[in-house]
Write a protein that binds this ligand. Structure first.
Ligand code: ZN
Length: 317
């Protein structure tokens, strides 16, 4: 029993248009869903992914420009890593520099060559060079050539004050195994341990707790194959002393939320029905889509949202 890797990561950003320009125009991801926060429909929920919205490739955002910046600290996802081919790092170094992004080339604690940088609102991102393949689909209309496109998530990095309670939930309930340790860094894997099936924990015992805000990750969702699997995990989490929510219908998937013992907000999300449930796969993200229970309020919702213009690939060479 366990999860099968990262389903999506959700973060908080500033102005929606700046977020869209960066993730589509600069990073070349596809906007696969333009929707609203189902708990606050006056806010967009923007989903960026590979060419088809393959599970395990979606980074999603709530634009809340008025929120103060996130505070770095424990109990938070502090970095989001994408996989790229090793030969793509030079391309990305040039591309990011061209758009004025400050890049920090580095070696990860586990020996990978990486590029670290931040998005326009302070979210910490990493490109990890890896030969390891995972399922993903290039996007033909991306300003980034298919060979260099981001190939889904590599991993997320959590900061924790103590290792044991978090490790226990990861390994005894969620199905992870400890893969490596380097100093205060621990790497865990599920299933094949391919990109997208990894989580890194950095233990920072003296650090302050993090706080949600602009430029911070709100939660990470882990893949389950079906609702019954989420439900079994839900029960196991409750037996382990955590407090998972019930099963929540998010229309494109079914969700359960819980805080792991160190404070990071986790979600379990089913692979199906998926982002093409309500849109033709060739036209994903072009229009505002709402779950059926919000359709009756469409006019008021659209009035409250700022207009958004999809970047033209040719304008982002
Ligand atoms: Zn989520």
């Amino acid at each position: 029993m366990g999860v099968h890797g990262i389903h999506h990561v959700t973060a908080i950003c500033g102005a929606a248009q700046e977020n869209l320009d960066f993730y589509v125009g600069v990073l070349g991801l596809r906007l696969v869903k333009r929707s609203v926060n189902q708990d606050d429909p006056t806010t967009y929920h923007l989903f960026y992914a590979d060419g088809q919205g393959t599970p395990g490739t979606a980074l999603t955002f709530f634009p809340w420009p008025d929120l103060p910046p996130a505070r770095a600290g424990t109990g938070r996802v502090m970095e989001v890593a994408f996989a790229v081919r090793p030969e793509s790092l030079a391309y990305w170094q040039q591309r990011l520099a061209r758009y004025g992004v400050t890049i920090e080339p580095a070696t990860s604690p586990f020996g990978e060559t990486v590029l670290r940088f931040q998005d326009p609102h302070g979210l910490r991102l990493v490109l990890v060079a890896t030969e390891q393949e995972r399922p993903w689909v290039p996007w033909d209309d991306s300003p980034v050539p298919p060979a260099h496109q981001l190939r889904g998530f590599h991993s997320v990095q959590l900061w924790e004050r103590a290792l044991a309670p978090t490790e226990q939930i990861l390994t005894e309930v969620l199905g992870f195994r400890r893969l490596a340790q380097a100093g205060a860094w621990y790497r865990y894997a599920v299933d094949a341990g391919a990109p997208g099936q990894l989580v890194d924990v950095q233990v920072r015992s003296g650090a302050i707790s993090g706080r949600d805000g602009r430029g911070g990750v709100h939660h990470v969702a882990w893949r389950t194959r079906e609702v019954a699997e989420s439900d079994r995990l839900r029960r196991a989490l409750a037996e382990a002393g955590l407090r998972p929510t019930g099963l929540i219908d998010r229309f494109w998937f079914t969700s359960v939320y819980f805080r792991e013992p160190g404070g990071v907000l986790f979600e379990l999300a089913t692979d199906g029905p998926g982002f093409s449930r309500d849109e033709d796969p060739t036209h994903l993200g072009e229009k505002l889509v709402l779950p059926p229970w919000l359709e009756a309020h469409r006019a008021a919702i659209e009035d409250a949202l700022p207009p958004l213009r999809l970047p033209e690939p040719a304008a982002w060479p």
